[in-house]
Design a protein around this ligand. Structure first.
Ligand code: FAD
Length: 646
């Protein structure tokens, strides 16, 4: 067996150890949300829980645990590095979407920034048909995930601000300002510059009003990254929790009832054996915004045209894989006249900060007149189910931008040596994309990811305005006095150039913001929703989705806080829904009877194998030193060999 066996929540690697067994809860994916659910649901010692995760325990990987090594893991084995299709409205090139493949999921490779949206953005979840889901109810779950460490007295004296009542005090995820950093000259200069430009100051980015300039805390404890797995499971003794790592889920097993019942999962372990497990109470999907739609479409839950083209028999017609929303990021750079110290000032400009005069009039008119055509364009592109449903959501986004002074962009600024850089993105795209399987191969098949970056005319100009604003800041005093010149974009693009010119630069110089959401949206069925307010998939029994795919729109925040809150909330809902149910008897008593496994296997189409080992099986671990090519579960859509794709 691989030597990476750890502590009490020991992952196992051999799928035959769970094959044919029944667990109360079977969770696909052990990323941010999967790990929260595994931890909370296994608190109930009478319930058996299985998590199936494609990646491994990366506690010993310093690229994960060392908080200063952000980006080192990009392009390595633990980055899925999903490839989009060439982006027709941008530069016609594919984009790489970073995503973590490990216990802890994307929290093992992410930027650790911890912020919360506007309270009215979370209240809008209720407006979309999710009764009872609003800022007040979710905020307590966001706090339940968090333990906040106040800044040191010297940090406080140097100007770090916070509001302790907005934070949690006893949750699994430690949130802290970098203990080795206090605001530098640069940060003071930067903040006074943006305040002079009229931006407000946000004392704390977790209080429900993040617009303006603010300090940002991270999910860290000292120099250690606190990812979801480290926070929620490492060191916990949970005999009723089984974690199978290195295994790819391919399908949800569904009964042939008129309303299909999710009875388990089919998966392939690290040695390519094909196996299945049963869920007595529920199957929970937590494989993230890209893979959740792929797995569900392969299982027969999805849009008619997508499943027909792929040759998959449809069991439930749902807009799974539609409504994909990600943002685009640009990087702009300046040179300092002298080293001004490191630092990470962050700004969240509003519409009124980004544009004025005819630009503001033009953009406002677009939002006032063109939402119906935006919604229709998404339907035509196969990215929305109905124009009326999407328009309802877009009208809510318009209200945030034009009437509620929402933060519409984020600018994450950094300085090192003599460079000042800004990573900036327009937060609230009106465009929508899709994820579609291309064949009926659940393990070695192809799927297309098309975020349709910059296809929406408003997104395009708002992205231009977002990037141009970094120039406005750099040109303003006192910051301008410290800068020698701009290195990206080149000076042929002047600060007063039109939004159109800046948008064109963005089209050729952007990257994915790596925040895909929306592909199984939580909202009423009529609006294009896939799950209800309790995370239950419409038209299927015993199946929930609890991951980033359920967010129906982007918000003015990094996503972790919301996802920790939503998965904490879901764990309570699931526990409550099964409070009276009896427990699974076979989970700890070895494989369930062969006959029940065979029955579930014959009720679905399976080309590669019958129950039990597949013909291509080999043995031995595949990570980190083994033959990683064995773990390729979707052709051309991941890295399995550790090579850098870009
Ligand atoms: C590079 C990067 C930087 C980011 N920076 C920040 C930040 O600073 N702050 C912030 O708040 N958010 C940030 N995010 C976003 C945040 O990390 C994600 O939104 C969040 O982790 C999504 O949670 P999830 O549970 O939906 O998916 P994930 O956490 O990605 O988990 C999905 C899990 O499913 C597994 N999986 C996939 N397919 C299968 C399969 N077939 N079988 C079994 N398992 C499978 C994956 O390996 C993964 O472990 C960043 C994301 C990235 C990629």
């Amino acid at each position: 067996a691989p030597a990476r066996i750890k502590r009490d929540t020991t992952p196992i690697y051999d799928g035959s150890q769970v094959n044919g067994k029944t667990y109360d809860y079977v969770i696909a994916g052990g990323g941010l949300t999967g790990v929260v659910l595994a931890s909370r649901l296994s608190e109930d010692t009478g319930r058996s829980v299985l998590v199936i995760e494609a990646g491994y325990n990366e506690e010993d990987n310093s690229d994960v645990s060392d908080a200063s090594k952000y980006q080192n893991a990009f392009g390595t084995w633990i980055d899925w590095a999903y490839q989009t299709v060439p982006q027709a409205s941008a530069d016609n090139q594919p984009q790489t979407m970073r995503s973590g493949r490990a216990l802890g999921g994307s929290t093992t490779i992410n930027g650790m920034a911890f912020s919360k949206p506007h309270s009215f953005q979370i209240d809008a979840l209720e407006q979309l048909g999710n009764t009872g889901l609003n800022w007040d109810s979710l905020e307590q779950y966001m706090r339940r995930a968090e333990t906040f460490h106040a800044p040191s007295s010297s940090q406080y004296a140097a100007g770090v601000t916070y509001t302790s009542s907005c934070h949690g005090t006893s949750g699994p995820i430690s949130v802290q300002f970098d203990p080795n950093a206090a605001p530098t000259d640069l940060e003071h200069t930067f903040n006074s510059t943006v305040l002079d430009l009229g931006l407000p100051y946000a004392t704390d980015l977790t209080c429900g009003n993040p617009a303006g300039a603010a300090p940002i805390a991270n999910t860290r404890n000292g120099q250690q990254r606190i990812d979801a797995y480290t926070g929620y499971l490492v060191g916990k003794s949970r005999p009723n929790l089984t974690i199978l790592s290195g295994a790819n889920v391919g399908k949800v097993i569904l009964s042939s009832d008129a309303t299909p019942v999710a009875t388990g999962l089919e998966f392939r372990d690290e040695t390519n054996h094909l196996y299945s497990v049963s869920a007595k109470l529920e199957v929970i999907m937590a494989t993230g915004s890209i893979k959740t739609p792929v797995i569900l479409q392969q299982s027969g839950i999805g849009p008619t045209s997508v499943l027909e083209n792929a040759g998959v028999t449809q069991k439930v017609n749902l807009p799974i894989g539609l409504n994909l929303i990600d943002q685009v990021t640009t990087t702009t750079d300046w040179t300092f006249s002298a080293n001004r110290g490191g630092g990470q000032p962050i700004t969240w400009p509003r519409f009124e900060d980004l544009v004025s005069g005819s630009d503001a009039t033009n953009l406002r008119n677009m939002l006032q007149n063109d939402l119906a055509s935006y919604a229709q364009a998404a339907v035509t592109a196969g990215a929305a189910e109905t124009a009326s449903g999407l328009q309802t959501v877009l009208e809510i986004q318009r209200d945030w931008i034009l009437n509620r002074s929402a933060a519409v962009s984020e600018s994450f600024d950094y300085s090192f040596s003599t460079t000042l850089g800004y990573d900036s993105w327009f937060l609230l795209p009106f465009g929508r994309g899709s994820i579609q399987i291309q064949d009926n191969q659940a393990y070695d098949g192809n799927f297309s990811i098309d975020p349709r970056y910059l296809s929406n005319p408003f997104d395009r100009l708002a992205s231009g305005a977002t990037t141009r604003f970094t120039n406005t800041v750099s040109d303003a005093s006192p910051l301008s006095g410290d800068l020698r010149g701009r290195t990206a974009p080149g000076t042929d693009l002047s600060g007063t150039a039109s939004l159109e010119d800046w948008a064109e630069w963005v089209q050729n110089n952007y990257r994915s913001n790596w925040h895909p959401i929306g592909t199984a949206a939580m909202m009423s069925r009529e609006l294009g929703g896939v799950v209800d307010s309790r995370n239950r998939v419409y038209g299927v029994s015993n199946l929930r989705i609890v991951d980033a795919s359920t967010l129906p729109f982007q918000v003015s925040a990094h996503l972790m806080s919301v996802l920790y809150g939503l998965s904490e909330r879901a764990s309570d809902l699931i526990k409550a829904d099964h409070a009276g149910s009896s427990t699974s008897s076979s989970s700890s008593a070895g494989p369930s009877s062969t006959s029940s496994v065979s029955q579930s296997m014959t009720s679905r189409t399976i080309s590669t194998s019958s129950a039990g080992p597949s013909a291509t099986a080999t043995t031995g671990p595949i990570h980190p030193n083994g033959d990683t090519t064995k773990c390729v579960d979707v052709k051309d859509n991941n890295i399995a060999n550790g090579a850098l794709l870009q």
